[in-house]
Design a protein. Sequence first.
Length: 202
Amino acid sequence: MFDRFVNAFDRALSVISYAGAVLAAAATLAILALVAVSPPAVDPGQAEKGGSPANAVLLVLNKSDDTLAFVDPASMETVRTVAVGHGPHEVQVSPDGRVAYVANYGTGPNPGNTISVVDIGRQEVLSTMDLGEYRRPHGLAISRDGRRLYVTVEANQAVIEVDTASERIARVLATEQRVSHICVLTGTGKNLYVSNNGSQTV
């Protein structure tokens, strides 16, 4: 397993080992947002040897192109690119590695209010969740059973909980803080930590 980081302004993707050595780099077509790794099942023999599964894939958001790129982590080549919503910023993979959720944040004058649901295996968009009045979706976190998706909505100073089966908002958790940006769910699923950039609070 590797650590990842993005050179957004250089329009390049670098893969970094935990030891800090650069393992690979690849040019991309647009400014990047978040990188995620789809975690497919690994057979015990391969897990013992270490390294990434043969069918692992990097999911790379291209903010300026409104697309999601599927990148082969071994060759660093883009396998496929699909259109998502406007101004995608963050991506969250389901615990079983089958589905990716993309927060379409929008741009300055045009706030987004959708989540793209992507089938990772088929490499295509399954559906688009309309969040209605909830705008600027950004940070994403998912429960261990994959049934609940948490999304920060910066314009509303809140986090919404989405039922992934029905793709509907189950409840709204008000932060009452400015720019609720990133959220992290604890392993037990009992607590959700939210960084509020505008208020400089958690």
